[in-house]
Design a protein around this ligand. Structure first.
Ligand SMILES: [Zn+2]
Length: 94
């Protein structure tokens, strides 16, 4: 847009969506007041980043717990197998 044409853009020719983009709104997550356009495209939300970090942490923890559970299950299965083998070995003695 060239300087001097601004009066024309205020004459009702600006599309409504453009006006909506310039409308100020508060981010529902962090409460920062930005334009709708900024919120939709370039707003780096601190609350969002925190939520994402938390989500990643939870997911990582879940993965570790899952691995531990599987290891534990393997260990228990091995123990059970060992117990059975010992029992059969004892039976075989008689
Ligand atoms: Zn935000």
């Amino acid at each position: 847009m060239q300087p001097g044409t601004e009066a024309d853009s205020q004459g009702g020719t600006t599309p409504t969506c453009r006006l909506a983009e310039r409308e100020k709104t508060a981010c529902p997550l962090c409460g920062k007041v930005v334009s709708r356009k900024t919120l939709a495209h370039s707003h780096t939300c601190r609350a969002d980043a925190a939520t994402r970090a938390q989500l990643q942490e939870e997911r990582a923890r879940a993965r570790v717990e899952e691995r531990m559970r599987r290891l534990q299950a393997d260990r228990e299965a091995a123990q059970l197998l060992e117990q059975r083998r010992a029992k059969y070995a004892n039976l075989a003695l008689f």
